[in-house]
Design a protein around this ligand. Structure first.
Ligand code: GLU
Ligand code: MG
Length: 643
């Protein structure tokens, strides 16, 4: 999750003094990249995925599953090969060939895995994705103790509840000051605890995350969480929960780890050039919500069933460093802006591209941006939409500043730019080429929840890539909706069973000569307003189409029909598409629905929303069995899609 630098991170009172300096140099670095790279052309459509896993230790005798501190140790072992190969390559110039790369994540129990090098750009190569994901699981498994497993699921059900961490630690750490999470759950690299501490200090209070409880038959009304240690008096912040930060009828969480301790599946796609990257960014942003609802895998938080299925809002609240002034709760005096959203959330502004589809009214959110930075960018030749995008990202302060890295040569480094960019965690991220590297303009698709099995993770990755390819191949495809509608979609995508029960705003006509939806061909040309109509559709309609709407799968299939594929490859891709179709039409459950139903049918469940450690153990074991093919779950992965 962003830039890892070595050195001494500054505490907030010192970092805040340097914010302006970092922003100033960050912008110079962006301008440098822009000027050097804007004309870069014909980059290959390379892409990659990132899967975040949790290491869990099982105590079969006591029937306990706990997140394991050893995640970090395993990560160090996993990285040895890469470090050695890099070292060798720098001496001998040989090419590095690794199956996987391993990266740290916020949780000490987390491990992030990516393919060792980007996947090739051909569609035929898409069939290698699942095998690589499987290999990653095997590589980690080789290093695990007998009682350890890795799980890929959005939220760990017991995080912050009871005896959830191995080895156990008291929740009394100075960085999070959490009532529930010890600082030992945080990755020991200083960046991560500084992020947690500086977010809390910048905000002026602990983060307050409240997710609605799922009211089951015996859940008290109102639900007031008996597990909150209201009377603790260790840190000045300890009174926040009793003074209103913890809402009734909600699951209250008070630390960055509750959010950034969740796992996701991200896809990064290289575009042929900057213009196509802008097109991808805009078009993919609009499908994020519906895709997230299909991938939902986070129905339990802090040991309680939630009335949501996704992690997204939890993370948004978990890194919300806005002050009271910035949140509009007191009048603006010391701070610079009132900011409507957290640093983690949906994008606020589209970038536009030469496809001609963008209209200013799609950017219908009153954009908060740094006017001085905007002016500076504009006077250096950056167009309006790109200047707005960057000067919007730069309303944020850098959260972690390493003293040793303050002085940089802006013509070769992007560290200051990346400092701000990588702590703007949005549904899509526009990624300029790093200086001095062969990498081109990229877009990262970030809303997907991670899936339990490699088959599902491969299916979501492949479907996203195919949709992106269709977007690039069919210039008349137009998925724009206003930004505020995209925000509403993302809100809706969270709710329990959103994939079946919600409607999402979507464009009624998604390609220029789309007459399928209006029935008005006989009446001649559609009016502009008619073409621009945004309507509410179910996930099923958006993905699978309806009598009035073509559907995203049909678009992907149209694209596939333009590519020469072996029958075997096409058959494999069809299984992924069929799986996505099944998720959208409800014939295949989301992991969130599966987990909820597992909990509710567990003999120890008292229909009171409580996911006890015993239920948690059985659940974790069942998910691991599914992930490793020891338990068949066609209701989750689709008939015949065994792992
Ligand atoms: N774990 C975060 C999520 O679930 C993402 C962190 C990252 O940016 O890699 O969205
Ligand atoms: Mg990550």
């Amino acid at each position: 999750m962003g830039l890892l630098s070595l050195g001494t991170p500054l505490p907030w009172d010192q970092a805040r003094e340097l914010a302006q300096e970092v922003r100033k140099h960050g912008i110079e670095q962006f301008l440098h990249i822009w000027n050097n790279m804007k004309d870069r052309k014909r980059d290959r459509l390379l892409w990659g995925d990132e899967i975040e896993y949790m290491l869990i230790s099982l105590d079969h005798q006591r029937r306990r599953a706990r997140l394991s501190q050893r995640g970090h140790e395993l990560l160090s072992l996993l990285q040895v090969e890469e470090t050695e190969s890099l070292e060798r390559a720098s001496r001998t110039g040989e090419k590095i060939e690794l199956e996987a790369l391993w990266r740290p994540e916020f949780g000490r129990y987390m491990i992030e895995g990516t393919p060792g090098h980007p996947y090739n750009s051909t569609v035929n190569d898409l069939v290698n994705v699942e095998a690589n994901m499987k290999r990653r699981r095997e590589i980690v498994a080789q290093l695990m103790d007998e009682n350890e497993i890795i799980l890929s699921v959005g939220s760990y059900p017991a995080l912050g509840s009871g005896d959830f961490f191995d080895p156990p630690h008291k929740a009394n750490g100075p960085f999070s000051r959490s009532l529930f999470l010890p600082d030992e759950v945080i990755n020991p690299h200083p960046r991560f605890r500084t992020l947690a501490g500086n977010i809390r200090e910048r905000r002026g209070s602990k983060v307050a995350i409240n997710m609605p409880i799922f009211h089951d038959l015996n859940t008290p009304r109102p639900f007031v969480d008996p597990a909150i240690p209201y009377t603790r008096d260790l840190f000045p912040e300890d009174k926040e929960a009793r003074e209103g930060a913890a809402l009734p009828d909600h699951i209250y969480m008070d630390a960055m780890g509750f959010g950034m301790g969740c796992c996701c599946l991200q896809i990064t796609l290289q575009a042929p050039n900057v213009d196509q990257a802008r097109r991808l960014y805009d078009q993919l942003a609009t499908v994020g919500a519906v895709m997230m609802s299909l991938s939902a895998s986070s129905p339990v938080f802090r040991g309680y069933l939630a009335d949501v299925d996704c992690r997204w809002n939890v993370i948004a609240a978990a890194v919300d460093d806005r002050t009271l002034e910035e949140r509009g709760q007191v009048k603006l005096a010391k701070d610079r802006f009132v900011i409507p959203k957290s640093r983690y959330g949906t994008i606020d502004t589209f970038l536009g591209s030469s496809d001609g589809h963008f209209k200013p009214e799609y950017n219908d959110l009153e954009l908060v941006y740094d006017r001085d930075i905007y002016q500076h960018l504009a006077s250096n030749g950056i167009d309006d939409l790109m200047a707005k995008h960057v000067s919007h990202l730069f309303i944020r302060d850098p959260l972690v500043i390493f003293e040793e890295l303050l002085k940089q040569d802006n013509s070769v480094s992007a560290d200051h730019f990346e400092n701000i960019q990588s702590t703007n965690w949005q549904n899509v991220r526009f990624k300029p080429p790093p200086p001095n590297s062969p990498i081109g303009w990229r877009v990262e698709f970030r809303p997907l929840e991670v899936q339990v099995t490699d088959f599902e993770n491969a299916a979501f990755s492949v479907f996203t890539v195919l949709l992106a390819r269709a977007i690039l191949a069919f210039g008349d495809l137009n998925l724009y909706i206003p930004v505020t509608k995209m925000d509403t979609n993302m809100e809706r995508a969270h709710s329990r069973d959103a994939v079946l029960r919600e409607k999402f705003f979507f464009r009624r006509k998604i390609y220029a000569d789309d007459s399928s939806s209006s029935g008005s061909e006989a009446e001649g040309e559609d009016s502009e307003a008619d073409k621009d109509q945004v309507v509410e559709m179910s996930a099923n309609e958006i993905i699978n189409g309806s009598p009035g709407f073509v559907g995203l799968i049909a678009i992907v299939e149209m694209y596939l029909d333009t590519v020469v594929l072996s029958e075997c490859v096409r058959r494999k891709l069809d299984t992924y598409i069929a799986f996505i179709r099944g998720r959208a039409d409800g014939s295949i459950m989301t992991a969130a629905a599966w987990i909820r139903s597992f909990v509710r049918s567990h003999p120890a469940y008292a229909f009171d929303s409580v996911v006890s450690s015993e239920i948690n153990y059985d659940l974790v074991v069942a998910l691991d069995d599914i992930a490793n093919g020891r338990r068949q779950a066609p209701e989750l992965v689709g008939e015949g899609n065994a792992c």
